[in-house]
Unconditional design. Structure first.
Lengths: 185, 632
């Protein structure tokens, strides 16, 4: 059922809420992945993600059931990203227009398989050494800044970034190896 | 390391730095160069982002669902300051709460809600849910269609938000995306309770000595106010909501304006006037929800969240409940209709509504004018009172001396009210007075004499309701039982014809009453009119004055009274007994009779006032009271 909208854009029926959540919940990280790949900054991506969901909710009455929800969400996110880029100073943007053009189509395709990668990564993270695990815990679970971790571990900030980068590389190899094995099977 | 590995390692580092916004201009250039020109680098870029998203997802999930214990072992850097950890916890909280921020902002991250604001918002929202249930039963009373429609719209919004939590619970049980669902719910919740930042909901229509804790909040009159948290640290603020409701906020107070007809008072004093068209105005507190049904009411929320509600006109629906601190939910609610002249107390955490005495004097229902002493008050202060009760409101239980120091506290008993129909004190401004029905004021332990005193005085304003067939006791002092068994009483009274009288006697009087001294004024007080009264005592004289003029003098008291010391300690307390107790000072009654009428500006002096001083006191207020003088 297509929900009706009040002037403020709030869908009227309970079923609209249910329907919206049902569609959004499993696809939220795909949308987020797309946005993150377009802005390459965590905080800005978070902000744009929230705004995207807000606009999606407001425009939910325009969504045609049965069509690709993620594609619809991405079209809204794309518009918001364009606005964001127009308002930012060029020097503050990390990705140039050409880089955005080069990456967008790939990003959309890539995020379609994101869920599978997430499940593989869960296993890969478990395989990390205790030392690497500790760093991941500090950085992401306890949300410590790199500076605080560096002080805590008695290392330089640069060394911590190198370590996180190394762990990321280990995880990437783990995912790729697993995917390759799955293909062989 | 192969070239591909080098690129993989390079992109990995660039991605990490980019996400944290730590790229240098050179790194940024290299980053773009790789992404634009190298398909392999683009693939790595997306791979690394997917790792970040996966970690984010796992952490979100592990924080909300069991089964990911491998990441839950927290570690605290041993030399890290507490502030860092707390800051990170707050950051995490902020992260979870961001949807609210976006909902209120046109620009992302333009304004981040504080934890307190968010808690206030959640509590108020949940309290409102219960309030809405209460209102359902009352909608029949809200005959005006406009109000009815508004209530229906609000109910619908709440019902929608309510359904979200149910859906999320459902998803949480059937999918590993529980954390995602919760985040989503917050997004949608924020959308369902919109308060667009760009639109105002109220106006600051008046204020005095107004100071907000947040410097960016408007202090200019007629400033538009948007939804949000506000902390008033000084003065008074009159907030007129767009719905028509008006609230006077007294500092210190913390309030969150939520919409044109709803606010959350976290602490402080607020008086609301709600006209007919704004009925349904809701004030939530940490312990209660007050839904106005077209009234005037006042609320005092203490620091612990307990609430006192006094209804001045009309009635309110009062809902009390326990707050579950974990979810900020009001549950096990109890409701009551509170009507005009009634007051209730709701204690935090206890689902119980208690009756308390109604008292509207504590609450400012209008913005008070900047305080400026009246000519009469200035004249009294020039005469150095040792104890001066102004009776300007419920907060004036303690008398002050000339140095403004608090002195003896008074206790109020029986029917006591503060009325704004006090005597004009020379400035033409409204002035509160104490209305004594059958009530009285007791200062139980008065002792304010000076070192070398040889007399005492009292000055006050009186307005008797009636001149009755009995004596009416105005001031009674009793040392009974405090001076080695010798009772010693002094009484200022009004007799059956309106004469002012003063008598002194001991309890050891003989059958001929030879040790009773009674003095009556020649002039009379009149019912319904304010009169200025003064009594001075010297070593053995009593002098009564009405409206600045001596009306009677009686001399040579000591021949009839046991101890002259007791005479000149009239009004300021006798020497203390061996238990250190002073003397009872009672205004408005004695064991013999009561006084029906108003009193105001009771000032005690530890010396005999000169005749010209008494005249000056009266004359300071005279210019505006000629029309209300008692005739004499």
């Amino acid at each position: 059922m297509k929900p009706e909208s009040e002037p403020n854009g709030t869908p009227k029926s309970h079923s609209a809420v249910e329907q919206f959540l049902k569609l959004l919940t499993p696809n939220q990280y795909r949308l987020y992945g797309y946005i993150l790949s377009m802005v390459s900054k965590s905080h800005d991506a978070d902000d744009l993600m929230q705004k995207t969901i807000m606009v999606m909710w407001e425009k939910f009455g325009e969504y045609k059931p049965g069509t690709n929800f993620v594609a619809w969400g991405i079209s809204i996110a794309r518009h918001l990203i364009m606005n964001y880029r127009m308002k930012q100073k060029r020097s503050q943007l990390y990705l140039a227009d050409e880089a955005i053009e080069a990456i967008e189509a790939e990003s959309v395709r890539y995020m379609q398989e994101l869920e599978h990668r997430i499940s593989i990564l869960q296993d890969c993270i478990k395989k990390l050494s205790e030392k690497d695990h500790r760093l991941i815990r500090l950085r992401y679970y306890q949300n410590e800044s790199v500076k605080a971790i560096a002080q805590h571990l008695g290392k330089t900030i640069k060394a911590i970034y190198k370590s996180i980068s190394r762990i990321q590389y280990i995880l990437l190899r783990c995912v790729r190896r697993t995917l390759a094995e799955e293909t062989l099977l | 390391m192969t070239d591909e590995h080098k690129i993989a390692a390079e992109v990995s580092e660039l991605v990490i730095l980019s996400l944290d916004e730590m790229l240098t201009p050179e790194q940024k250039m290299r980053f773009n160069e790789l992404i634009i020109s190298d398909p392999g680098a683009r693939k790595y870029y997306l791979d690394y982002l997917s790792i970040q998203i996966a970690i984010k997802h796992i952490i979100d999930t592990s924080k909300h669902k069991e089964g990911f214990a491998f990441l839950q072992k927290t570690e605290r850097p041993p030399h890290q300051e507490d502030g860092i950890v707390i800051g990170k916890e707050l950051a995490e909280y902020e992260k979870n709460g961001k949807p609210v921020e976006v909902e209120r902002n046109v620009e992302p991250a333009e304004r981040v809600l504080s934890e307190r604001e968010r808690e206030a918002k959640i509590r108020a929202f949940l309290a409102e849910e219960k309030a809405m249930e209460e209102q359902e039963r009352m909608l029949a009373e809200l005959e005006r269609r406009k109000i009815l429609q508004r209530e229906i719209r609000r109910r619908r919004r709440i019902a929608l938000a309510h359904s979200i939590s149910a859906k999320i619970k459902k998803y949480a049980t059937i999918t590993a995306m529980a954390a995602v669902g919760m985040v989503t719910a917050y997004f949608v919740y924020a959308l369902l309770t919109p308060a667009p930042r760009t639109s105002s909901i109220a106006t600051l229509t008046d204020g005095i000595n107004l100071k907000w804790a947040e410097p960016d909040l408007p202090a200019q009159l007629n400033s538009l106010l948007r939804p949000g948290y506000m902390k008033l640290i000084e003065g008074y603020a009159e907030i007129s909501f767009d719905s028509g409701a008006k609230a006077i906020l007294q500092a210190p107070a913390e309030i969150e304006l939520q919409n044109a007809s709803r606010a959350y008072l976290q602490s402080g004093i607020l008086s609301a006037t709600v006209p007919l068209e704004a009925r349904g105005f809701t004030l939530n507190t940490p312990s209660a929800s007050i839904v106005d049904l077209g009234t005037e009411f006042s609320v005092h929320v203490t620091k612990d969240g307990s609430s006192d509600i006094h209804v001045i006109k009309g009635k309110v629906s009062l809902l009390a409940g326990k707050i579950d601190n974990l979810v900020g939910k009001l549950f096990e609610t109890v409701e009551q209709i509170v009507e005009a002249g009634q007051a209730r107390h709701v204690k935090t955490g206890i689902c119980k509504i208690q009756k308390i005495p109604f008292n509207q004097a504590t609450f400012a229902r209008n913005i008070p004018l900047p305080y400026k002493p009246s000519p009469y008050e200035l004249a009294v202060r020039r005469s150095n009172p040792t104890c001066y009760w102004r009776f300007s409101g419920n907060d004036s239980r303690k008398c002050i001396n000339s140095a403004d120091a608090d002195r003896y506290g008074a206790e109020y008993f029986g029917s006591i009210e503060f009325e704004s129909s006090g005597p004009d004190l020379g400035d033409g401004q409204p002035n509160n007075a104490l209305k004594l029905g059958d009530g009285y004021v007791l200062a139980p332990d008065i002792k304010i004499d000076g070192p070398d005193m040889r007399g005492s005085s009292i000055a006050l304003w009186l307005r008797p309701d009636i001149i009755s067939s009995n004596k009416q006791s105005i001031i009674w002092q009793d040392t009974s039982g405090k001076l080695g068994g010798i009772g010693f009483e002094r009484l200022l009274f009004m007799d059956e014809k309106g004469h002012l009288g003063f008598l002194i006697f001991t309890s050891l009087y003989d059958e001929n009453n030879s040790n009773i001294v009674e003095v009556l004024s020649t002039k009379k007080l009149q019912a319904g009119r304010w009169s200025h009264v003064a009594v001075t005592i010297t070593s053995d004289n009593v002098q009564l004055s009405i409206n600045g003029r001596i009306s009677k003098t009686r001399i040579n008291l000591t021949s009839q009274i046991l101890d002259p010391d007791l005479i000149w300690h009239t009004f300021v307390g006798t020497p203390r007994n061996n238990r250190g107790e002073g003397e009872y000072f009672v205004l408005g009654r004695s064991t013999y009779s009561i006084f029906k009428g108003d009193v105001d500006e009771v000032a005690l002096f530890n010396r005999a006032l000169q005749a010209e001083e008494i005249s000056r006191l009266y004359m300071s207020a005279k210019q505006n009271i000629l029309s209300t003088d008692a005739s004499y």
